[in-house]
Design a binder for this molecule. Structure first.
Ligand code: 9MR
Length: 403
C-alpha cells in the first residue's frame, strides 16, 4: 500500500531528487572533462620542414589554400593583408556577397545593387594574383529587411533571377566558384527526429523550411544552379553545407540527406560541380571516424563531383583555459581532419573561415565561458603562426599529388 504523501515526505523526496540530478550532472561533467583531457597528447610531433607558406605547400600537391575575409579588415589591417597575400591563393568575402550585411549591403533595396566593396576585393585579389570565390546566392540568412514585405510567390522567381543575373553576370569569367545554394538541408537532429517518427526519408522532407522553399517549391535549388550556370558558364558551382563531419546520428543523417540531394540534382542534369563542406569543427568532439567520413567523400566523388572544404575552423569553446593545451588539441583536430579529407583525390581546396584569431565569427557566436579569447585559426591575433598552422602545413605536405 502507498503511504499518504505528507508535506514532509514530499519535501524530503524533492530534496533527494534535486541531489540525485546534481550528482549525475557533476559525474557527467567530470567524464566529459576527462574525455577532453584525453584528447591532448603533449608528445605529438607537429614539426614542419622549411618555412614556405600554406599556399606554396598546397600548390606543390595541386591543391589550393585560402581564407574568408571581411572586407573592412582587409582595408584597415595591413598586417592581416600581408599575411593573407603570403599564405593564400584564394579569397572568399565573408560578408560582401551576401544579400544584406550593411557594410554596405549588396542589395539595400529591391532594385539597387551596391558593388563597391566586392569590386574593391576583386581588384585587390587580381592585383595580388589571388582567386576569388562567391558566397552565397541562395541562403535563408542575411536577407534584406525589405525581403519579407516585398517578396511573394508571384515575384520570387523574378527577384531571384534578377539577383543571379545581376551579381553573377557582373563577375562572369572572374570568379573561381560560387556557393550557389547554402545550407538547404535540415538540421541533423531534426532529420533524426523525423526518422524516429517514421516520416519518409525523402528530399522534400529533408529540406530546411526556408523562405525560398516556401516561395518557389522544392525545385528552387535546381533553378538556382541553372540560372547561375547561364550567367557564368565558367565558374565551378557548389552546394555548401555544414554538420557533415562527425560520427554522430545527427551528422550521419545529414550526410545521407546531402548525398540524396546531390544524387537528385545529378539525375536531373543540374549544372552542379562540387560539394562544399563547411567543416566548422569542435576541438572537444570525440566522435571522429575517418573511415565514415572518407566513405561519404567517396560517395560524393562517385557522382562526378569535386569537394571543397569551404569554412574550416576549430572552436575551443569547451576546452580548458591553458593556452598551450588548447593549441595542441586544436592542432590535432586540424591534422586529423585534413589528413582524412585530403586522402580523397576529389578534395581540391581548403579554405579556413578567417586566418587570424583576431577576426573570427566564433568570438561572438561561440565565446568561451571563461571569457578568454578564442583561438580557432592558424594565426594568432598578432599574425604569428600557431600550432594549427603547422598542422595544416603537415597535412598539405603529406597529401598525395592531384593529377
Ligand atoms: O562568419 C559569418 C558572420 O560574420 C555573419 O554574421 C554570419 C551571418 O551572415 O555568417 C557567418 O558565416 C556563416 C557562413 O556565411 C555560412 N556558414 C556558417 C558561417 C558561420 O556562421
Amino acid at each position: 500500500m502507498f503511504k499518504k504523501i505528507t508535506r514532509r515526505n514530499f519535501i524530503w523526496f524533492s530534496l533527494g531528487f534535486v541531489a540525485a540530478v546534481g550528482t549525475t550532472k557533476v559525474t557527467l561533467n567530470y567524464h566529459s572533462k576527462q574525455k577532453i583531457l584525453a584528447l591532448d597528447n603533449p608528445a605529438k610531433d607537429f614539426t614542419v620542414i622549411g618555412t614556405s607558406s600554406l599556399k606554396e605547400r598546397a600548390a606543390v600537391k595541386g591543391l589550393m589554400y585560402g581564407t574568408a575575409i571581411r572586407n573592412h579588415h582587409l582595408w584597415e589591417d595591413s598586417k592581416l593583408a600581408e599575411t593573407l597575400v603570403k599564405e593564400c591563393q584564394i579569397l572568399v568575402p565573408e560578408w560582401a556577397l551576401k544579400w544584406y550585411i550593411p557594410n554596405p549591403a549588396l542589395r539595400p533595396e529591391p532594385n539597387i545593387f551596391d558593388f563597391s566593396e566586392v569590386d574593391k576585393i576583386l581588384a585587390f585579389a587580381q592585383n595580388k594574383g589571388l582567386q576569388l570565390r562567391g558566397h552565397t546566392l541562395v541562403w535563408h540568412e542575411s536577407l534584406p529587411p525589405w525581403f519579407q514585405d516585398t517578396v511573394n510567390s508571384n515575384n520570387a522567381q523574378q527577384i531571384l533571377e534578377q539577383h543571379i543575373n545581376t551579381v553573377v553576370g557582373r563577375y562572369a569569367g572572374k570568379m573561381h566558384s560560387w556557393d550557389v545554394v547554402n545550407e538547404a538541408i535540415n538540421e541533423g537532429y531534426l532529420l533524426v527526429r523525423e526518422q524516429k517518427n517514421n516520416i519518409p526519408n525523402n528530399l522534400k522532407n529533408n529540406l530546411r523550411k526556408t523562405p525560398w522553399l516556401e516561395l518557389l517549391g522544392d525545385n528552387y535549388i535546381d533553378k538556382a544552379f541553372r540560372l547561375t550556370h547561364q550567367a557564368d558558364p565558367t565558374a565551378t558551382l557548389v552546394y555548401n553545407d555544414y554538420g557533415l563531419d562527425y560520427d554522430t546520428d545527427a551528422d550521419e543523417a545529414k550526410r545521407n540527406a546531402v548525398l540524396n540531394l546531390l544524387e537528385n540534382l545529378k539525375s536531373k542534369g543540374t549544372p552542379i560541380h562540387a560539394l562544399g563542406i563547411q567543416a566548422h569543427l569542435d576541438a572537444s568532439e570525440t566522435n571522429f571516424n575517418p573511415d565514415k567520413l572518407r566513405s561519404f567523400l567517396r560517395d560524393v566523388a562517385s557522382l562526378g563531383l569535386k569537394i571543397m572544404i569551404t569554412e574550416l575552423d576549430v572552436t575551443d569553446e569547451k576546452l580548458p583555459s591553458d593556452i598551450e593545451m588548447r593549441d595542441r588539441i586544436i592542432a590535432k583536430t586540424y591534422e586529423d581532419y585534413l589528413s582524412t579529407v585530403l586522402s580523397e583525390p576529389a578534395v581540391t581546396t581548403v579554405i579556413t573561415w578567417g586566418i587570424s584569431d583576431k577576426y573570427s565569427w566564433l568570438s561572438d557566436f561561440k565565446p568561451r565561458p571563461d571569457k578568454a579569447a578564442v583561438r580557432p585559426l592558424p594565426f594568432d591575433a598578432n599574425m604569428n603562426r600557431k600550432l594549427g598552422w603547422n598542422a595544416i602545413a603537415r597535412a598539405f605536405d603529406n597529401a598525395r599529388l592531384r593529377s
